[in-house]
Design a protein around this ligand. Sequence first.
Ligand SMILES: [Zn+2]
Length: 363
Amino acid sequence: MSFLDIFSKKKKVQSTPQEAPKHWVKCEKCTSLMYFKEVQNQFKVCPKCEYHMKLNAFERVLLLSDEDSFVEYDSSLAPTDPLKFVDKKSYKKRVLEAEEKTGRTSSVLSGECTIMGMPIQLVCFEFAFMGGSMGSVEGEKIVRAVNRSIEKKQPLVIVSTSGGARMQESTYALLQMSKTAAAIKKLSSYNIPYISVLTDPTMGGVSASFAWLGDIILAEPEALIGFAGQRVIKQTIGADLPEGFQKSEFLLEHGLIDMIVKRSKMKKTIYDLLSYFSSQEQINEPVAVEELQEEPVQVDDEQESIEEEVVQEDNQEEIKEEPKEEIKEEVKEQEVQEEPKELEEPFSEEEKKWKDFKLKLKK
Ligand SMILES: [Zn+2]
């Protein structure tokens, strides 16, 4: 046997990381090698050191929702490339690659499900889609989930795992911070609870907007949570930073989050918290009706711009024409008194819906 033969034999035994069998999973923290089913049965928590590995959006849904209860919304919303952005690759190419990799058109999976029998609106981020970054589609999906929460009087749960705003969309992505924050503010005026779950990692524009605005902010153990990266902060302030200052344990100690919850207890904890909120609503006085009238569920200007791609122009013309026809008919009939009645009706309907909701809660 020549030296070359040994070399070629060795080469055959060694496999590239891509070819390596996926039956074994290595823990990033304790480096233990475990059979993949053992890890998956525990929702990707290391059985030896309890390190919480990353879950994709669908695994999150499976973790939190009751079996077969999840219904996805807005799955067809896909990003456009308004700036024709090109860095090493074009933005369009990056989106296509992400779509192929994840089978999704955006980094947000949103929908409705039940959690131990309680209906909720659930939004989960997919980190594999461009680092879970937030662009105009992701912001829009969150706002729509908020609007559904208000319409259906259901609590909202958002599970974040994101690198922040999507730089390829520049200002369009940054705008989503204020857009989502404004939508979350609307929820509080309707007394609808919002639980934000921060997982590893939650950074940048996502942490600086809706993710920090939860009525209750939960985090997974040892999750990296912050705005800018450690290196950037160190360069900016020119000082050494405490070890682990962006880990959930440090943030809990300093009052930035409310609880650290292990993955195995996440579903039950969210259910318990939401049950507590609904029991409190029976005691609290309802929100003033005036407030509800001032903030009806409306589509934002930004939303309209995105919906324009979805909704055909014909529909918009129809909507614009409707009120004109109504006014013309009224002028012909000279029944001026009917106008205020029409205005009053939507408000009284809202009052009714609100009362029905209160009654349901009492039951
Ligand atoms: Zn481990």
